[in-house]
Design a protein around this ligand. Sequence first.
Ligand SMILES: O=c1[nH]cnc2c1ncn2[C@@H]1O[C@H](CO)[C@@H](O)[C@H]1O
Length: 326
Amino acid sequence: MADSPKKIIIDTDPGIDDAMAIFLALQSPELEVLGLTTIFGNVYTTLSTKNALHLLEIAGRTDIPVAEGSHVTITNGTKLRVADFVHGNDGLGNQNFPPPNGKPIDQAAAVFLVEQANLYPGEVTLVALGPLTNIALLDSGFAKKIGKIIILGGAFFVNGNVNPAAEANIFGDPEAADMVFISGADVIVVGLNVTHQVVLTALFHKTILEADRDKLARSGGKFAKYLCQIMDIYFSYHKDSYEIKGVYLHDPATLIAAVDPSLFTYTEGVVRVQTTGISRGLTILYNKQKRFGEVSEWCDKPTVKVAITVDAPAVVKLVMDRLIDS
Ligand SMILES: O=c1[nH]cnc2c1ncn2[C@@H]1O[C@H](CO)[C@@H](O)[C@H]1O
């Protein structure tokens, strides 16, 4: 008998690549989406919630609940940095879609997460695609009850994307991220060192006939077409910032780690987050290759699994196939 699908909750800040990851999840028979929880990051939380509801309406999956998350960081910070220059003012490529008809459920994200983890102890995978505030709000009981947390965040041994030190999700709430990394939960972290290898190619000159973007546009896939409609700004941001003819698939690659973790390799160690100074948001992995003599902030802390390599062609193929076949 086939395994029953893996129950997942996606904590998200949609976001163009979040939209892609949400659609992918809905297209993956290996997964059952229990709900979406929202957070600030690419946009403010209120807009994340609207976008999550909108995307579920586009998908015809209004049966899936959306629980709104925190509007402030774990330290009550309100000066949030959102990435409208990456995703547009509306988070979805400046398309001015009509507001969604649906509403979030009455439960806050943190309450919904605890309820689902209690309902299915050890069985729920939380895929965290934004800053980690909602998860840091939960106590140690949650770390024990949740099956796995797969996090898009950090930059291990490479530069960040907010500045040379910090990746955007960790930079959004460094204190929260540090709490989650040492929470003792079964955590997998997928950082920029891996997601920057997973590129969806674009046609910018006529010699690349079979760019991924064109295959999506030419396909009849409902999700592929919708994504092509919203993705222009994401492509031009990558061209301007990185001079690449394509886009990084941060959120979709992380979602694929829930579908098939064997497409990645991992190293295990303690991860801490720098919370002060010019390197605020820096993720530091202690890989345990040396036993240090002095007691430090890395001693006796639970380890997490950090993705180190990825079968990028296989991940891109899975993403493409599932969006085209929709
Ligand atoms: O330069 C950037 N600043 C802020 N957010 C970014 C930037 N580039 C990409 N992302 C967004 O942050 C997550 C990965 O770090 C992804 O959700 C991506 O869309």
